[in-house]
Design a protein around this ligand. Sequence first.
Ligand code: PPS
Ligand code: ADP
Length: 192
Amino acid sequence: MKTDARTTPGIYCTCRPGATIWLTGLPSAGKTTIARELALLLRSRSRRVEVLDGDEIRRFLSAGLGFSRADRNTNVQRIGLVAEVLARNGVLAVVPVIAPYADSRAAVRERHRASGTPYVEVHVATPVEVCSVRDVKGLYARQAAGQISGLTGVDDPYEEPESPDLRIDSQHQSVRESATALYALLTERGLA
Ligand SMILES: Nc1ncnc2c1ncn2[C@@H]1O[C@H](COP(=O)(O)OS(=O)(=O)O)[C@@H](OP(=O)(O)O)[C@H]1O
Ligand SMILES: Nc1ncnc2c1ncn2[C@@H]1O[C@H](COP(=O)(O)OP(=O)(O)O)[C@@H](O)[C@H]1O
């Protein structure tokens, strides 16, 4: 008996394109929170979603890397590779990772362009003043106390995206509103 992948449940359906959705922004900007909310929305519509957690990747795939420019670039390129492989195989790969350097992000975009895989860049543009109050992991306090240095947006660079596909001002809207705006963009592009 022939099986039709487009109609048989549980079999990958080639008619739904994957994509990488990269959320870049400062620590505590809300990247992870918005990524998880978006994943909930997408899964409720039966999309295959993978959120690539930056901390988990640094524990395994990028174990041993620090926060120098070179190490951050290596980290971002590794994540870009994994995301692109997932996305080109029909998964929506959601990536809440700082990626502070424009050339690193451009290289990831280029990798996607080369394989014809959709790529969506989202700037979670929460100002550092708001991020440092949220301070989910206590990094801003530790930097202020002189216990760490090289914190993105404080004493390490963050190059803002010049023309992201979407900019989210999380200080002015709820998590749900941000995720819904992103979902709307994906729908508009035929990706949700
Ligand atoms: N010095 C310094 N600068 C920036 N961030 C720091 C630093 N030290 C630790 N952390 C925490 O590391 C988390 C993962 O970073 P990323 O892999 O997203 O960073 S990068 O793209 O490689 O720059 C990142 O996670 P998020 O807070 O979720 O952004 C930070 O909490
Ligand atoms: N509108 C909002 N959007 C996103 N996060 C928000 C918002 N308002 C408050 N927060 C809080 O800010 C924190 C952001 O943390 P997180 O998502 O881990 O940031 P990041 O992944 O960018 O480091 C969470 O505790 C979240 O609940």
